[in-house]
Design a binder for this molecule. Structure first.
Ligand SMILES: Nc1nc2c(c(=O)[nH]1)N[C@H]1C(S)=C(S)[C@@H](COP(=O)(O)OP(=O)(O)OC[C@H]3O[C@@H](n4cnc5c(=O)[nH]c(N)nc54)[C@H](O)[C@@H]3O)O[C@H]1N2
Ligand SMILES: Nc1nc2c(c(=O)[nH]1)N[C@H]1C(S)=C(S)[C@@H](COP(=O)(O)OP(=O)(O)OC[C@H]3O[C@@H](n4cnc5c(=O)[nH]c(N)nc54)[C@H](O)[C@@H]3O)O[C@H]1N2
Ligand SMILES: [Mo]
Length: 711
């Protein structure tokens, strides 16, 4: 294979890392020839973040000395976030799991003894075979985006579970309401190219704390600001991002559709619409117009808890800029769809650009996720054909708490007997944790966890298997914030006895007697398969990334990937977008008067990095942000230990009195490991397992609580 190395990038010389491996057999992972010459290896950040950075690992004496942003990758621009700059600290963490272990204590106690890989895998395979002989659907995979890599996420795992006929998992915990909403408005996870936000004249950051969760996008906002753009933020929390925007609409959680509909009404009554664009490229305008005319700014202001004048001003700036022919852009993020009406809210917001013809410009339109544009070869990679006619049930990952506690029934099917968790920490991140904990504590449940660390979930494992990190394995990545494919090449040998997820599933497959050649494919082959025939793998090997060829202004002439080819205001499946009130709303004299949202913390990535001390020190302690008014009414002083509770549970943390919280809303910053928090709980103790209007998504931010000083 030709790699084009060595490659010079600024002062760096990148060497042909692939030549340092020796592929002895298909079942083994890359074997290193230890070398004392320093090397630079191009990789990709594996984390669940829209930025998907290209990084370079500097390796000395076989050890990763440091990780830094790849300057040749435009989206990364040579810069990494604080978390991933600490990637070597995470990789060589003294608490890294380095050998397989078997439980010796009670479930949840976290006591294990070392076993060999053979002992662990033989026993796991035997247990799976015994369960599968009764009903393979009693075995459930549980995974999410601990790594976003296509190989280490579901590349080999999906093949294994398809062949087994295990229950399927609906991976809904993050984005499914918005995905469904977007699908039935624009036709898919498509939209503006992120780099063109720099040329926009008006940017609305809607339900996103970009500085925390999408740092490389924020660069483009700064550039646009320098060039004179106006920037608005729509968020119940006064985030670090909101502070740096010109205007902040600090609305109540779950009221975004009302706001969007009132903006539409203003666009209508002031003649700021692009009638040509509407006539040619949209579906259902007459009906949407009627709906929007029900939402004057005063009505929306009441629902959203914000001044009507702010709504009027935003509509005016958006409508007038578009009317002048200037590009106007909306950066939505998933924060706004974790409420009952999340799907409708995304549909309403995603309808706005078509109304003013914003899509005509490359710097106009909207972006929620770009991931629908990647030509992933799903059949070849995930091999659904291995189901061979089996039609297993699908379980929703959000309701794992309830589902683990269910018995066999005609409606539910088989009781869950075995759970295999990888790339996820459900005991910390799934809603309604007291139920999740009860489920994981079931004595008759057989649980296998593949992890880097002994997380809250790992404490409940029967077998705890050490997985490799991104520095130690191959992977290939799409992105949900840009349109480049990235390749990750291993930089170091696996730490201890750790194995890639793929290899663990390969070895299990062999023990289960699966002989299909796809179970012998190595990781580089999986990476090639993911975009076979679509993306030049040699370019990936050489540069670490490859840009998809997508038009700059994809919908300038319509051509939306919906069934009708139009932007569907009125969807055959979901009708018109509407304001769907939260399940949980404050009631006069009610027990739980405060709305709680639990957005990401800057120095953690969901529950990942909570155990990295330098990052945990920056976050301090689990915090509940509360307004001065709500704190005073409860006799709470800054720094007091409080309990946050409702009928589902009680969470202890420290109160922080701050203008980041508006009156009536508290912000419980996520997502601490329970065992590293106060009194062994985290914020998901109080969140619910209810589902969104579309996509069966989670409603983490649709949650009423009470707060009191803890005794
Ligand atoms: N540092 C860091 N980066 C991350 C993550 C992390 O945990 N830490 N998480 C990653 C993940 S998993 C994802 S999915 C992505 C995207 O992650 P998102 O979860 O979308 O993350 P944010 O953009 O930080 O936060 C969403 C914002 O929405 C706001 N919000 C809450 N409720 C509402 C509402 O009803 N309406 C509106 N308009 N806003 C609301 C919150 O206050 C918050 O500021 O980011 C990723 N990046
Ligand atoms: N209250 C509240 N809860 C939330 C959210 C919220 O905003 N509020 N956000 C939700 C969202 S958006 C999301 S995406 C989910 C995230 O939920 P998860 O995807 O479960 O995310 P993490 O908590 O980061 O856990 C990922 C785990 O995978 C492990 N891991 C990483 N790489 C590998 C690997 O290569 N192999 C193996 N075996 N393991 C690996 C990490 O060590 C980590 O423990 O949480 C959700 N939960
Ligand atoms: Mo997420």
């Amino acid at each position: 294979m030709t790699t084009g190395f060595p490659l010079k990038i600024n002062e760096l010389v990148l060497e042909p890392t692939c030549k340092t491996y020796d592929y002895t057999c298909a079942m083994s992972t890359a074997v290193f020839h230890p070398s004392s010459t320093p090397r630079s290896v191009i990789g990709a950040c594996p984390h669940d973040c829209p930025d998907t950075c290209s990084f370079i690992t500097e390796v000395q004496e076989g050890r990763a000395a440091r990780v830094r942003g790849n300057p040749a990758h435009a989206h990364t621009a040579g810069a990494l976030c604080a978390k991933v700059s600490k990637y070597t600290e995470r990789t060589y963490h003294p608490e890294r799991l380095t050998f397989p272990m078997k439980r010796v204590g009670a479930k949840g106690e976290g006591k294990f003894e070392r076993v060999s890989w053979d002992e662990a895998l033989n026993d796991i395979a035997a247990r799976f075979q015994a369960i599968a002989a009764r009903d393979p659907q009693a075995i459930v995979p549980y995974s999410y985006a601990g790594t976003m890599g296509l190989a280490q996420a579901e590349g080999m795992a999906a093949r294994f579970f398809h062949k087994l006929g295990a229950s399927l998992l609906d991976r809904t915990i993050c984005s499914s309401a918005g995905t469904e909403g977007l699908m039935h408005t624009l036709g898919g996870k498509v939209g503006m190219k992120v780099e063109f936000f720099a040329e926009s004249r008006l940017i609305i950051i809607w339900g996103s704390n970009s500085i925390t969760s999408n740092l490389h996008f924020w660069r483009h906002v700064q550039e646009a600001k320098r060039l004179g753009a106006r920037v608005w933020c729509i968020d119940p929390r006064r985030t670090e991002t909101a502070e740096k925007c010109h205007e902040h609409i600090q609305l109540l959680p779950g009221t975004d559709a009302a706001l969007a509909l009132a903006i539409m009404q203003e666009l209508i009554v002031h003649y700021w619409l692009d009638h040509d664009y509407i006539a040619q490229h949209t579906l259902g305008w007459d009906k949407l117009r009627e709906r929007a005319l029900l939402w004057n700014p005063e009505r929306a202001a009441q629902v959203c808890g914000v001044p009507a004048a702010q709504i009027i001003q935003l509509a005016k700036e958006y409508g007038q800029a578009a009317k002048r022919g200037e590009p106007v852009a909306i950066r939505l993020n998933y924060g706004m769809q974790r409420v009952r009406g999340g799907g409708n809210a995304v549909r309403a917001v995603a309808s706005l650009p078509a109304l003013v013809g914003a899509w005509r410009h490359r710097a106009g339109g909207a972006l929620l996720s770009s991931s629908g544009q990647f030509p992933v070869q799903r059949q070849a990679l995930f091999r659904p054909d291995l189901l061979e006619g089996k039609t297993p049930r699908t379980l929703n990952m959000i309701t794992i708490g309830d589902d683990l506690l269910r018995d066999s029934s005609a409606e539910f099917g088989a009781k869950i007997e075995a759970l295999i968790v990888y790339n996820s920490n459900p005991v910390a991140v799934a809603p309604d944790s007291s139920k999740v904990v009860q489920g994981f504590a079931r004595e008759d449940l057989f649980t296998v966890v593949l992890e880097h660390f002994q997380t809250d979930t790992a404490d409940y494992a029967d077998y705890l298997l050490p997985a490799t990190t991104q520095l130690e394995h191959w992977d290939v990545h799409l992105s949900y914030g840009h349109t480049d494919v990235l390749l990750n090449q291993p930089a170091i040998q696996p730490v201890g006895e750790a194995k890639p997820n793929t290899e663990i599933f390969r070895q299990l497959a062999r023990r289960m007697g699966y002989t299909e050649p796809c179970f012998a494919e190595d990781d580089e082959t999986l990476c090639r398969t993911a975009f076979e025939g679509q993306v030049d793998f040699d370019a990936l090997l050489k540069d670490g990334f490859a840009t998809l060829h997508i038009p700059d202004a994809p919908f300038a002439q319509g051509g939306f990937p919906t069934a009708s080819g139009q932007c569907e205001f009125d969807s055959p499946v979901h009708g018109l977008p509407d304001h769907v009130p939260n399940y949980e709303l404050p009631e006069a004299g009610g027990e739980y008067p405060l709305a709680m949202i639990s957005p990401p913390a800057r120095n953690f990535l969901n529950s990942t990095f909570v155990n990295v001390k330098s990052l945990r020190d920056m976050e301090g302690e689990p915090l509940l942000e509360i307004s001065a008014q709500d704190a005073a009414a409860r006799g709470i002083h800054d720094g007091a230990v409080v309990k946050v509770f409702n009928d589902r549970g009680t969470y202890h943390c420290k109160a922080h009195i701050t203008t980041r919280a508006r009156e009536g809303v508290v912000n419980g910053l996520g997502i601490w490991w329970r065992k590293l928090g106060l009194r062994g709980t985290n914020v998901n103790e109080v969140t619910s397992q209810r589902l969104t209007d579309m996509g069966r998504g989670p409603v983490f931010y649709d949650c009423q609580v009470q707060v009191q000083l803890a005794s």
